[in-house]
Design a binder for this molecule. Structure first.
Ligand code: R5P
Length: 270
């Protein structure tokens, strides 16, 4: 592996734990101003100190994140559809590698829509992005997107999608946790991080999800809604860090969350 590529990955995956807590806040690129992310700076600022990497678009990076204190940037570089259209899988590459270099991105990210009507275009997007990004030692994160078909999130489908992503050169893959997740991990030769998906019923559900995923071999989380739509976002990301980096159980993480909520309430913040 090239030195630059390795160095960038080491900014995302902490060298001492080889794991990462990424904060995903790129949702606006096709969903617009969704709940709790209407003003990205307000949402992100308190969470940034606890994120190893931030997954955002160039627009949010430039307008809403201080470059002096930003963690590693995982730059969203695919798009071209919005939630108003029938098929959000109709994506292309929207950002040049020159722009990624200018923004000092530690990785570039695109969605991969396996099984969709745009599967072919999506796989070629990934391959071309890998070709270009490799020239500059920039890792590529492939996101196994399911669009509106959330029921697709089973081990058979996700193992297929993750493997295809790795075969086409993704340096790491973002996917969903599912039953028999260890099968997804075992058949994917590059690191996996998990998304949280739509907000779960309770914070404990999200902690359980993270704990189970790490136990099965995920190398981190790249969660968005289950962090910044949580009742106490800072306490939530701190609890996730304990699971990912310190080997905490879901019970221990829930205790950190509870203590954080109490401290936040006393200080008048979350
Ligand atoms: C899709 O909107 C984005 O790629 C998100 O980064 C991804 O879905 C992860 O965020 P969440 O944990 O909210 O699912």
């Amino acid at each position: 592996m090239d030195w630059g590529h390795e160095n960038r990955l080491a900014r995302i995956f902490r060298p001492d734990t080889r794991h990462t807590v990424m904060l995903a806040a790129d949702h606006g690129y096709f969903l617009g101003p969704i709940s709790k992310l209407q003003v990205p700076r307000d949402t992100l600022e308190p969470l940034i100190p606890y994120a190893d990497a931030l997954m955002i678009t160039r627009g949010v990076a430039r307008t809403s994140v201080d470059p002096a204190t930003a963690p590693a940037l995982v730059l969203r570089v695919s798009g071209g559809a919005s939630i108003l259209k029938d098929d959000i899988a109709n994506e292309g590459i929207t950002v040049s590698i020159k722009e990624a270099v200018r923004l000092n991105a530690s990785a570039v990210a695109l969605s991969l829509f396996i099984g969709s009507d745009y599967e072919h275009q999506s796989i070629l997007n990934l391959s071309h992005l890998v070709d270009e990004a490799q020239e500059y030692g920039i890792p590529v994160l492939a996101v196994t997107a399911v669009g509106r078909e959330l029921e697709k999130r089973d081990a058979r489908y996700l193992a297929l999608a993750c493997r295809i992503a790795a075969e086409h050169g993704a340096s790491f893959v973002k996917t969903y946790y599912c039953e028999e997740f260890e099968k997804v991990v075992e058949s994917c030769p590059v690191p996996l991080v998990i998304a949280g998906g739509p907000k779960l019923e309770t914070a404990r559900d999200a902690l359980d999800l993270a704990y189970d995923a790490i136990k099965c071999g995920a190398q981190g989380v790249d969660m968005g809604r289950n962090v910044w739509q949580a009742e106490a976002p800072v306490a939530m990301i701190r609890a996730l860090r304990a699971i990912v980096h310190e080997g905490a159980t879901a019970d221990q993480a829930e205790e950190i969350l509870r203590a954080g909520r109490v401290a936040g309430a006393l200080a008048g913040v979350h």
